[in-house]
Write a new protein. Structure first.
Length: 721
């Protein structure tokens, strides 16, 4: 390596050339850059018996931290091409091959230009086994244009592969399902549409099974000669019906005119400038056949450019009322039962830009969860060009969406305020403005010594938390620090009810939680780590307000690392075969897919570091499992048992706190704790089959080996759920 780079090895011993033994559970290769920083670092990492779990860290002037780490994908042998993009903020780079005392081969060199980079990749391939995987890693995310072009190419190829899979495996439609009429009627409001858009739409419709659907084009008083000529030319097209109006009545009225004449048992809507994906009608028909009681179906969608080239996927979760209250994530393609759609009066005028959102809220009200099915297939191609009403009149569309939400969540004659979420065009229903009664919350904090942590969280609860009815209980497993004992005594004299119970014993989160729950008097129980710091005074009112969603039994908060990056934005069960926090270590501003990280939503699990549980949920689910999950995965086990009992788990970004993770009890990856951690991991897999579980908050099209999801190809099409 050039003199501009200094490498330091920590926690490793070289046993042979390029072969190393980790002598601690935190082996590191640290690179410090002097004067001129390289553009690339090429690394070869090969396991020698044990599997590796490598991570990479970048020091941008504030040192290395866990929140900013990147977990690297790894097989037995991997080559990592690390690109250090400008601006040149990275001062040091650190590569951790594993988190235990393992053995491995390691080779790394730096390159300052493209030519040297190509030479190093060739050299790495010569030193690596023939089947070594090659991964690109970008630090600081520059080269935005080039990387985006590569992403678009991969997405285009991925979508083409999905379509080929559908064409090869989608089941044919049983002719008996049609009974002489189409299964589904696609209603399209048309107003001065271009020939290109209408041609694309018709072509995508005619790629569906003939006779299984009808296309109803509802002209809303078009004045364009191009539009009128196209409609006249296609009046006799197969399975196409055209309805004309001499005046422009608006999108709601035009759509309702199509609903009135639809013959299909099911009705769906397509915008005039969008298109269907091949085989979507076959897959909808299969869903109807497999779920005869279903009354609503929605699909995934793919966002395209003006030429219908895919640029972004919208892979959606299974139906979630909580998420829908913040963003219309359902959108396209939505399929309604004709009888119910007509009974509620179709679309309403006066909700321009959000008439589909208003319709969804009214249509879905009162339906059971098993009557709503999500078909995980990108069945709709949304040509998002900025020419839509919503894009042109965003403020008006957003105001209309909030009107619909306020009406939907009205209590008697009182409507809640609906405000912006973290993103200004998304929504937050302010249930807290409706609450007249705030139930007592019993806060249970496990602790032992840890004066700096326990003193901060007690101060935050008593002086920085705006909640009218709290009681606090510390379940202590053996404090001996006189400062902590004095703190307990002084807090007991305060205005907020406080008690503590000291029982010397090894740390067991589940046992300490159960001890606290047994003596708590609150309607709601808050399990709270001692290494939490309050940021905003209204955090607890927000968490309590989330119980306004039906069937809610558990509420979790958004937690940040001390550096401000995301630590907990919900748990996806099944990540890495067990469970994991998605978007762990990403920027706080990261919106996630469909901006989901900026609104409330349901998850299968949330972390026990800040978990609010209803008394009804505790009574139904039972205690935390002290024997199998003393320290790790007890929160996941409890949430999974709660979901199985029919309770909802809600996560909210509007209650945000800082979490100094494992600051008091230490890491699970120390040698002393590793065996226990592995046993608890295996217990969760055995008890809940997590390696095969398909989390309803996640998409089957997403990778399960990392916290930030990416599309994968499947060998079969996912079924509706």
């Amino acid at each position: 390596m050039r003199v501009f780079v200094k490498r330091t090895n920590r926690g490793v011993k070289e046993t042979r050339p390029l072969e190393y033994q980790a002598v601690t559970d935190d082996p590191q290769f640290v690179y410090r850059f002097w004067f001129q920083r390289p553009c690339y670092v090429v690394v070869l990492l090969q396991s020698m018996g044990d599997s590796l779990d490598p991570k990479i860290y970048a020091d941008r002037g504030q040192g290395f931290n866990e929140g900013g780490s990147i977990a690297l994908r790894h097989t037995d042998a991997c080559i990592y091409s690390i690109f250090l993009s400008p601006p040149r903020k990275v001062r040091k780079l650190r590569i951790d091959p594993c988190s235990y005392e393992g053995r491995f081969r390691y080779w790394a060199k730096c390159a300052w230009n493209e030519r040297e980079h190509a030479e190093l990749l060739a050299e790495a391939r010569q030193n690596a086994p023939a089947d070594a995987s090659i991964y690109d890693v970008v630090i600081d995310g520059s080269r935005e244009k080039r990387i985006r072009q590569k992403t678009l190419k991969r997405l285009d190829e991925h979508f083409a592969s999905v379509v080929r899979l559908a064409e090869r495996t989608a089941p044919p439609i049983d002719p008996g399902m049609m009974h002489g009429s189409p299964i589904i009627s696609f209603v399209v409001p048309v107003h001065n549409s271009t020939q290109v858009h209408l041609d694309d739409l018709l072509e995508s419709f005619h790629k569906q099974t003939a006779g299984a659907a009808e296309l109803i084009l509802c002209d809303d008083g078009s004045s364009s000669a191009e539009t009128l000529s196209w409609l006249s030319k296609h009046e006799r097209a197969r399975d196409v019906r055209i309805i004309r109006s001499t005046i422009n009545n608006g999108i709601a009225a035009a759509t309702n005119s199509g609903i009135a004449v639809a013959r299909g048992e099911w009705i769906s809507f397509i915008d005039h400038d969008d298109a269907l994906t091949p085989c979507v009608v076959q897959l909808i028909a299969e869903t109807i056949r497999d779920h005869p009681n279903c009354r609503f179906i929605y699909t995934d969608e793919v966002v395209t450019d003006a030429k219908l080239k895919p640029v972004l996927y919208f892979f959606k979760p299974a139906y979630d009322e909580v998420l829908l209250s913040g963003v219309n994530y359902i959108n396209h393609l939505s399929c309604y039962r004709r009888d119910r759609l007509r009974a509620i009066g179709g679309l309403r005028s006066g909700y321009e830009g959000s008439q589909d959102y208003d319709l969804l809220l009214r249509y879905l009200r009162g339906l059971r969860a098993d009557e709503i099915k999500h078909l995980p297939f990108p069945g709709y191609r949304w040509r998002r060009t900025g020419d839509t009403f919503t894009a042109k009149f965003m403020d008006r569309a957003t105001a209309n969406a909030r009107r619909a939400l306020a009406e939907h969540y009205r209590r008697g004659a009182v409507e809640p305020a609906v405000e912006q979420a973290i993103a200004k065009d998304l929504h937050r229903v302010r249930f807290d403005k409706l609450n007249e009664h705030w139930p007592r919350v019993s806060v249970i904090i496990p602790n032992r010594n840890s004066f700096s942590l326990i003193s901060r969280i007690l101060a935050d609860l008593t002086t920085r938390t705006d909640y009218p009815d709290l009681e606090i209980e510390v379940v202590d497993n053996g404090t001996t620090d006189p400062r902590v004992l004095d703190l307990y005594a002084r807090t007991k004299e305060g205005a907020i009810p406080f008690r503590y119970e000291i029982e010397p014993a090894p740390f067991n989160f589940s046992r300490q939680a159960n001890r606290g729950i047994a003596s708590a008097s609150g309607e709601l129980i808050l399990l709270l780590n001692n290494d939490i710091e309050v940021i905003d005074a209204g955090w607890l009112r927000e968490m309590v307000s989330c119980f306004s969603y039906p069937d809610t039994g558990i509420v979790g908060a958004r937690l940040l690392y001390p550096n401000g990056r995301l630590q907990h934005a919900g748990v996806i069960v099944g990540l890495a075969g067990v469970a994991g926090h998605w978007f762990d270590g990403q920027r706080e501003s990261n919106p996630g897919p469909m901006a989901r990280l900026h609104v409330r939503q349901s998850f299968t699990a949330v972390t026990g570091a800040c978990m609010l549980v209803s008394r009804a949920c505790l009574d139904a689910v039972g205690p935390f499992n002290e024997w199998e999950f003393a320290i790790a995965y007890n929160d996941i086990d409890f949430c999974l048992r709660a979901v199985a009992k029919g309770f909802r788990v809600v996560w909210t970004p509007f209650a945000t706190l800082t979490h100094y993770q494992s600051a008091s009890r230490g890491s699970d990856k120390t040698p002393a704790n590793r065996a226990r951690f592995q046993q608890e991991k295996e217990s969760l897999q055995l008890r809940h089959n997590t390696d095969a579980l398909e989390d309803r908050a996640f998409s089957p099209w997403y990778t399960r080996d990392r916290s930030v999801p990416a599309p994968i190809l499947l060998d079969r099409l996912p079924k509706a759920r």
